[in-house]
Design a binder for this molecule. Sequence first.
Ligand code: MG
Length: 181
Amino acid sequence: MNAPPVARRAVFLDRDGVLNEDLGYVGQPERFRIYPFVGEALGLLTRKGFLLFIVTNQSGIERGYFTLEDTHRLHTLLAEEVRSHGAKFTEIFIAPYKESTPNDVRKPSPKFVLEAARRHRLDLGASYVIGDRATDLEMGRRAGCRTVLLRTGAGEETERARNAVFDFVFGNLLDAARAIS
Ligand SMILES: [Mg+2]
């Protein structure tokens, strides 16, 4: 008899302002500045047993500032950077739409998170969403995940604005990776 499947835990990461500097509409490698602690942080989360996902809004694609291919290229660089730390992304979800374009995937929609949970049998109540903006945290709340605000990117602004609801706040991704379990 097979043992019942064990639900897995995941960390859903926002990209800009969490993994790399948020310079606005990041589509080219020259402007893709990965934070120096990202490899260590994601290696640590992997060893703690979390699957890693990215959920990112990239309206620059619909705006024509860069293409989906450009975006995949950045993510290849990112994957190479974290691989030496024993980390990999299970899936990367990209919403290429402007806020004004009707769609059901752009954050704060929880659609991608729910899709990942179904596909990979995740226990969302034991999973985390980590971001720097209120929309990241709202997506997490709507998906039933624990939510973490980081003070990198727009995070300090988000914290000051006091309209974001979150469970934890940390200085950066490495601080968060050390603390969560
Ligand atoms: Mg962000």
